[in-house]
Design a protein around this ligand. Structure first.
Ligand code: HEM
Length: 81
């Protein structure tokens, strides 16, 4: 999971400077960078699995709650538009 998240972060890092944004064009750049939503969920799964062995879920629960709030807020705003 961690490796998958890392691999998916590479194209975002590689296109996170002004010239890359201009070269791609805003719509394509935005589409590509929507990957961050999937990465955040994959990161959460990685975090949960890393803590499952230690049976300590406080960190993943806090991260998951913050992520759910932020993604929920985005989703709600999108639905309203
Ligand atoms: C090749 C890629 C990766 C590998 C091999 C990897 C491996 C690991 C391992 C072995 C741990 C457990 C460490 C421990 O027990 O103290 C860990 C923890 C963690 N990783 Fe990754 N990881 C990778 C990429 C990522 C990425 C890209 C993210 C974020 C998007 C991430 C987020 C985390 C988090 C939040 C923890 C828990 C840290 C903690 O609770 O102290 N990892 N990872």
């Amino acid at each position: 999971m961690g490796f998958t998240a890392w691999v998916l972060l590479v194209p975002l890092a590689a296109t996170s400077f002004n010239r890359a944004i201009k070269a791609l064009g805003a719509p394509k750049w935005q589409l590509l960078h929507k990957l961050v939503y999937a990465i955040s969920v994959i990161g959460l799964m990685h975090f949960i699995w890393m803590h499952a062995g230690k049976n300590s879920f406080a960190g993943p629960i806090v991260y998951g709650a913050i992520l759910a709030t932020l993604l929920g807020w985005r989703g709600w705003k999108r639905l309203r538009r």
